[in-house]
Design a protein around this ligand. Sequence first.
Ligand SMILES: Nc1ncnc2c1ncn2[C@@H]1O[C@H](COP(=O)(O)OP(=O)(O)OP(=O)(O)O)[C@@H](O)[C@H]1O
Ligand code: SF4
Ligand SMILES: [Mg+2]
Length: 331
Amino acid sequence: MAPVLEIKSLVKHFLFVTDGVILRKYKMLKAVDGVSFSVDKGACFGIAGESGSGKTTISRLILLLEKITSGKILYEGKDISKLARKDILWYRMRVQTIFQDAASSLNPRMRVRDIVSEPLEVQLGKTLTKKEIMERTEEMIRLVGLPTDKLANYPHELSGGQKQRVAIAKAVILHPALVILDEPVSALDVSIRAQILNLLSDIQAQQDLTYLIIAHDLAMLQHVTTDIGVMYLGKIVETGKTENVFNEPLHPYTKALFAAVPWPVPGRVKKAPSLKGEIGNPLDPPSGCRFHQRCEYAKRICREAEPLLVETRPGHSVACHKINEPLWRAS
Ligand SMILES: Nc1ncnc2c1ncn2[C@@H]1O[C@H](COP(=O)(O)OP(=O)(O)OP(=O)(O)O)[C@@H](O)[C@H]1O
Ligand code: SF4
Ligand SMILES: [Mg+2]
């Protein structure tokens, strides 16, 4: 069976204009620069990485909110950049999202009932009766653990957690196959994050969903994901089964990233070197390995040749000369 989502050599460059003294200068900002991964049905694939590494840009490309520069995104084997008009509507029903600050994205002038039912009205309003739409809306509000009387409320009458539940109800009302969650709990009070994550996990099982989840919170990613990709400056530097990557991170960046957070669970690499300096500039990324300016193991080969993502062991791939280059010790 084909994976739900396949990302193949995905590139997104943004044209960046800088004001020169006489002439404007144009440069390409390499937000996503050759990313490949796939997400199987029922998986929860996490994307980790520092701010500016390109995580949200990948989600915007999947959601057809940005145009791909090159590479491919396949959904159930179909190239999404080649979908016919009617298939785009189908795709938009199958792939939904919950944005980072979902609560503030709820229209303050609409009642919860209208917010949750809106996708259904827009996509299937001509084929469903008002009664069917209302029944489905009530079913969704119950699914996210809210009483149906909340349907009459406006967003400002709800707590942060309740607003997030409404955003989840809206995202799943069309019975999507894939849901993209960009920092789904980071805007919430710490005390209710676990509740919302549990809810997302229950809904995933009940509705047979596949998740792509983007987050900075590594402990959360370790807890909820089945597979993970670690991004650095537009590239995936390490990917694999969550268990493998967390139990034995191989890439120096992953090790440093994991070491940099207070770790409430076993498996942390305590003795990894800490992360020095800032993530590089995607307008002018470092040559060779993009991490080389911050890597304590960097050698000449790291500055000169870009390391490829290689399956180092089953279900665990790494892009690092130190790990994959047989001549590393001699170089
Ligand atoms: N529309 C755009 N035009 C120009 N540059 C953009 C655009 N969108 C994103 N970028 C740039 O692309 C790079 C990657 O951004 P992106 O938002 O994907 O990162 P991120 O990993 O999601 O970061 P964060 O963790 O802060 O959300 C950044 O340098 C950002 O400034
Ligand atoms: S390729 Fe070189 S610079 Fe890059 S992470 Fe590996 S050892 Fe460090
Ligand atoms: Mg982002």
